[in-house]
Design a protein around this ligand. Sequence first.
Ligand code: PEP
Ligand code: MN
Length: 268
Amino acid sequence: KANRKFHPDDTVVDVSGVKIGGGNFAVMAGPCSVESEAQIVEVARRVQKSGASLLRGGAFKPRTSPYSFQGLRAEGLELLSKARAATGQPIVTELMSSEHIPLFLQEKVDMIQIGARNMQNFELLKAVGRTNVPVLLKRGLSATLEELVMSAEYIMAEGNPNVVLCERGIRTFETSMRNTLDLAAVPMLKKMTHLPVVIDPSHAAGIAFMVPSLAAAAVAVGADGLMIEVHNDPKNAKSDGAQSLTPDQFDELMDVIRPELEFFGKKL
Ligand code: PEP
Ligand code: MN
């Protein structure tokens, strides 16, 4: 179902009115973790003003250490709903367990994120495949493109065709950055599948100063969108502060990619 051979036209995924793919470019921005109502509403307002079309924010967090902040969980989803009510932006947030699907449906999460660490959690993929909520499927830390496409296939095989793929950096021998951004994944995935492909330069680089140039590069290789971490106070963020842009820095990034999108004929 994901194979380009049998579906020559680009798929456009509609996330509560925001279109991704087929010439429609979407920017998802927001903090790594939802931390408080004041934080998420402030960031939502700022990124919307700069041109983001979706609000991201983690409520259930896949942290390397069990002693790190695990997210506000159900309360985090409620705060995302409040931010959505304030700005009207659809929300995208990570689902880590199928146990939480009823909660996600109850809060009307607009797009379900499957994180890199769960890309091959096949039962979880099947479970989101049985909903009709659009899915943002992130590439695993050391997954091949074929494996990523097969994971999309798991979701689609259960009846949910609304899948967006996300390249977020992979593990290589390089240690100076958190991950290595595989920009070549975009043209290759577009050859392999008809699904939209977005780039997350924040988790790829792990360092804020690189995010704007990698975002510009993502547009140039034909990505259908971006996921960017933005925090109102990166130094004191509960997760991923080092890679988070301030709202002002995000605003500058948008000023760089706007003319670029126009050049490539993409609609923001
Ligand atoms: C995230 O988006 O905050 C996240 C944990 O991403 P990934 O699964 O790509 O590491
Ligand atoms: Mn993060």
